[in-house]
Ligand binder design. Structure first.
Ligand SMILES: NC(=O)C1=CN([C@@H]2O[C@H](COP(=O)(O)OP(=O)(O)OC[C@H]3O[C@@H](n4cnc5c(N)ncnc54)[C@H](OP(=O)(O)O)[C@@H]3O)[C@@H](O)[C@H]2O)C=CC1
Ligand SMILES: O=C(CO)COP(=O)(O)O
Length: 346
C-alpha cells in the first residue's frame, strides 16, 4: 500500500452536507468554524454540558472554549441528546478526548452509524484496549473501513480562531471520501491535502503528543533549545521504528501530517501536551498539572498505550516514550530519567 496524495481529478460522488460534531471543547469549536465557513455545511452539535448549550443558543459562541469564535446560528444547531444529534446526518465527527469517547458514544448503537461516514479528529488511543479511535469505531459500531477518515496535520484550535493560515490532512482509504472532506474543510485560511495512510497518520499524531510532553519536561528541567532539537530529531527515529513495526506502509514521514504535526506540538506555546510536560519538569505532580490545565493533554493517556504496544514487539526500543512513561506512571524523578535518556540520544 502506498500513501501518496490522492489526485483531485477523481470524480467525486460523495456529498457531506450535514455533520454531527461530538464534543464541546476547543477543537470541536474550531472545526465547526472551519466547516461552516463555506456557508453550506449544516452542523448538529452534541455537547454534554447543558448550560453551554443554552449559552450557545442565546449568544452563538462557546462560553468555555474559544469563546471569541462567532458561530453561524443558521448552520450550527446544538443538541442535548446525542442520538438525536446523529439522526439523519451524512457524517459523524468525533472531537472528544480518546479517554472519554467510549462514555460519550455509549448511548449509540451500530444502527446509529449505519450508512454514515465517520471522521475522527482525536489524537489519542482508547485506554485499556490500546487501539486507535478509528479501529474502535470500526469494530464497536460495524462501520466499514472505507467509511472512516481522520483529520491530521499541524493545526492548533487557537490559531483557527484567529484565522491564521493552516493546513489539514484528510486521510481515508476511500479516495472519494477523503477528497470530499478536503473540499468541505478548505477555505480562505485552511488549505487541505489528502493521504491514504489512515492508521499511520493517527499513530503519528498520538506519538507526537508523547514527544511534546518530553519536550515540555526538558524545558521545565532547564534544558535548552539545543537539547530539544536533538530530542525531536531522535523522536523521528522512534516514530519511524514504531510505524515500521506496527503498521508498515510506504509513507513520507517528512509530510505535514507527520513531521509538521510533531513540530507544532513540540514547539508551540498553544500545545497542551508541551505545557503539561513543562509543569511536570518543574516539579508538579500529574494530578496538580492536570488540575491546573483547563484542557486535556492526550499524551498522558497515550504514553501508557504506546509503551504497552512497544513492549509486545521484541526489539522495538522507544527510549523517549519509556522515559515519559516512567516519569508519569512510575513516578520516577524527571531529573533521573532525563539523565538516563540524554545518554541514549545521538
Ligand atoms: N485543541 C487543538 O488544537 C487540537 C485538538 N485535537 C484533538 O482533539 C481532541 C479533543 O481535544 P480538545 O477539544 O482540544 O480538548 P479540550 O480539552 O479543549 O475539550 C475537551 C472536551 O471534551 C469534553 N469531555 C470530557 N469528558 C467528556 C465525556 N466523558 N463525555 C463527553 N465529553 C467530554 C469536555 O467537556 P467539559 O468541558 O464539559 O468537561 C470538553 O468539551 C483531542 O484528541 C485532541 O488531541 C487535535 C488537533 C488540534
Ligand atoms: O495536535 C495538535 C496540533 O496539531 C494539538 O496538540 P496539543 O493537544 O498538544 O495542543
Amino acid at each position: 500500500m502506498s500513501t501518496e496524495n490522492y489526485s483531485t481529478d477523481q470524480g467525486n460522488q460523495i456529498q457531506i452536507k450535514r455533520v454531527a460534531v461530538i464534543g464541546g471543547g476547543s477543537w470541536a469549536t474550531a472545526l465547526i468554524k472551519i466547516l461552516t465557513e463555506n456557508g453550506e455545511t449544516n452542523i448538529n452539535w452534541w455537547l454534554r454540558n447543558t448550560e453551554d448549550i443554552s449559552h450557545i443558543r442565546a449568544f452563538h459562541s462557546n462560553p468555555r472554549y474559544l469563546s471569541s469564535v462567532k458561530l453561524n446560528s443558521e448552520l450550527v444547531h446544538p443538541f442535548e441528546d446525542i442520538k438525536e444529534a446523529v439522526n439523519g446526518v451524512d457524517a459523524i465527527l468525533l472531537a472528544v478526548p480518546a479517554a472519554f469517547i467510549q462514555e460519550a458514544l455509549s448511548p449509540l448503537t451500530a444502527e446509529d452509524f449505519k450508512d454514515k461516514y465517520v471522521i475522527s479528529s482525536i489524537k489519542g488511543m482508547i485506554p485499556e484496549m490500546n487501539i486507535l479511535v478509528t479501529e474502535y469505531i470500526e469494530t464497536q459500531y460495524n462501520v466499514p473501513h472505507k467509511n472512516v477518515g481522520v483529520i491530521g496535520g499541524p493545526c492548533h484550535a487557537e490559531e483557527v480562531a484567529m484565522e491564521k493560515q493552516a493546513y489539514l490532512t484528510l486521510s481515508s482509504s476511500n479516495k472519494k471520501y477523503a477528497l470530499e472532506l478536503a473540499r468541505i474543510m478548505r477555505n480562505r485560511y485552511i488549505n487541505t491535502t489528502t493521504v491514504k495512510d489512515l492508521y499511520g497518520v493517527e499513530y503519528c499524531a498520538v506519538i507526537k503528543n508523547i514527544i511534546a510532553i518530553s519536550c515540555g519536561i526538558a524545558h521545565g528541567l532547564g534544558y535548552g533549545d539545543n537539547f530539544q532539537a536533538v530530542l525531536v530529531s531522535n523522536s523521528m527515529k522512534e516514530i519511524r521504528k514504531f510505524l515500521k513495526e506496527v503498521y508498515k506502509v510506504k509513507r513520507d514521514l517528512t509530510a505535514s501530517a507527520y513531521l509538521g504535526d510533531l513540530l507544532v506540538t513540540t514547539y508551540s506555546q498553544f500545545s497542551r501536551n508541551r505545557t503539561f510536560g513543562n509543569m511536570i519538569g518543574r516539579g508538579y505532580s500529574v494530578k496538580a498539572a492536570q488540575l491546573e490545565m483547563n484542557m486535556i493533554a492526550e499524551g498522558y493517556y497515550a504514553v501508557k498505550a504506546i509503551h504497552e504496544i512497544a513492549k509486545q514487539h521484541e526489539g522495538l526500543e522507544m527510549p523517549i516514550t519509556k522515559a515519559v512513561y516512567h516519569i508519569l506512571y512510575d513516578r520516577i524523578s524527571p531529573i533521573v530519567e532525563f539523565r538516563i535518556l540524554k545518554e541514549q540520544l545521538k
